[in-house]
Write a protein that binds this ligand. Structure first.
Ligand code: GLC
Length: 418
């Protein structure tokens, strides 16, 4: 088992090794482009040893911001045939080429952390970023909060691609007419760890709808094949609005508008409270149907300062049901699959966010337990994409950027506790 200093060195080497010049790829092979929230975690990791490089990572990501304010989920800086669907398939027609959907808005929260750790190095960079962040948050407000809480128009937009939360919405998507295509992901990792073909058919059908309407957001909201309220993005956005307001105040800006976005979002939360489940829950906006699932998305409630006593029993059952970390979905549910991507595995990067929520809520024992369990995974197997929460088996891609990044910024015994 490697010691903390050795793992710190390895983690820094992974970030450097995945650096493609101003941006990092999540892992060589499987994910050869710049991903939105991965890059924000990469920046957080870089900030522990190269703060200039951290800000550059964020600036490169925001250089792909659309004129609508959206920051895309993938930026295709250099074409790589090893990934599908690539820039031509998305057909978004932007420079630099990008996908046509977004990803969880952790940017304001992590930019604030990076700034707070070194305000002098960050003030000018944060000032340059602020209007872009505000533009993106406005896009979330206008294009993704039609009923109040945040919705996703594609499972990939949630960052938790195939979690059971989306099953009710995906069941209504017709994937039978997507035409021929060749997946690349299953050539890089064991197919038993990846989403199924029937999932991929539907992912592509939803993508094709967006492409056909030129990513017209009104059309997607009104008639898109998939539209689900996402507790995780809602919680992430709520915290991000507050952190963006904090940043604005720090820069001497008038933040009343941003504060109003946060107030409105918080007021909308009852829509995703599933009384029968006694938990926050994903919900199909077209039908009103709840997903009836428990998992890491709902447990981000503490991350935005919520404290619903009923959630305690849910958290305990799910967390105590596995050995390592908080699983992406309920180990007692029939859909649980401990190695298939978001259908059960534990993801260090999500553990880091949940622990941030625990720490801020004064639940230091929970924060420390989650950190220790995550450390055990990384000490045991190295920096993988995600892990089996029952036995710690490493899964997905190796030398993974965001796992290395959260090690440096949060999990390592040497982390400065930021
Ligand atoms: C997968 C994950 C997503 C991540 C991406 C790159 O699509 O579900 O959250 O951003 O891979 O790591």
């Amino acid at each position: 088992m490697a010691d903390a200093d050795t793992l710190d060195d390895q983690a820094r080497a992974i970030l450097r090794g995945n650096d493609r010049g101003g941006y990092t790829v999540p892992t060589a092979g499987l994910y050869p482009y710049q991903w939105n929230w991965d890059s924000m975690f990469a920046a957080w990791g870089f900030s522990t040893f190269d703060v200039d490089r951290a800000w550059t990572e964020i600036e490169t990501l925001f250089s792909a911001q659309w004129d609508t304010g959206m920051v895309p989920h993938i930026v295709f800086h250099k074409v790589d045939p090893g990934y599908f669907p690539g820039p031509d398939y998305w057909g978004a027609g932007r420079t630099p080429p990008s996908s046509g959907i977004s990803q969880p808005p952790v940017a304001a929260t992590l930019a604030r952390r990076i700034f707070e750790a070194d305000p002098e190095a960050g003030r000018a960079r944060l000032g340059g970023l602020y209007p872009k962040l505000k533009g993106w948050h406005r896009w979330w407000r206008d294009c993704r909060c039609p009923t109040g809480v945040a919705v996703v128009t594609h499972p990939w937009e949630s960052g938790r691609d195939n979690c059971p939360d989306w099953d009710v919405g995906m069941a209504r998507v017709d994937g039978s007419n997507v035409g021929p295509y060749t997946r690349r992901d299953t050539g890089h990792v064991d197919p038993s760890m990846r989403p199924l073909k029937e999932d991929y058919d539907r992912y592509l059908a939803i993508l094709q709808f967006g492409r056909a309407c030129g990513y017209d957001q009104k059309e997607i909201l009104a008639r898109g094949p998939f539209l689900m309220a996402d507790p995780a993005i809602t919680f992430i956005l709520l915290r991000a609005h507050r952190d963006l307001a904090w940043i604005g105040r720090e820069l001497g800006e008038d933040t009343a508008e941003i504060e109003a976005w946060a107030t409105d979002l918080e007021a909308a939360l009852p829509y995703i409270w599933n009384d029968a489940l006694q938990s926050y829950d994903a919900r199909d906006v077209r039908t009103g149907t709840f997903a009836n699932t428990l998992g890491s998305g709902a447990f981000l409630a503490w991350y935005c300062g919520l404290d619903r006593p009923a959630m305690e029993a849910r958290l305990k059952a799910v967390w105590d049901g596995v050995r390592y970390g908080i699983p992406s979905s309920d180990p007692a549910a029939p859909s649980f699959d401990p190695r298939r991507y978001w259908r059960g595995p534990t993801w260090p990067v999500v553990n880091a966010l949940i622990a941030m929520g625990f720490a801020d809520a004064g639940r230091s024992a929970d924060a420390e337990r989650l950190r220790r369990e995550t450390v055990a995974l990384i000490e045991g197997a190295g920096f993988w994409e995600y892990y089996d929460p029952l036995d710690g088996t490493p899964c997905g891609g190796p030398d993974f950027t965001w796992t290395a990044a959260i090690w440096l910024a949060w999990a390592s015994p040497n982390a400065r506790g930021n």
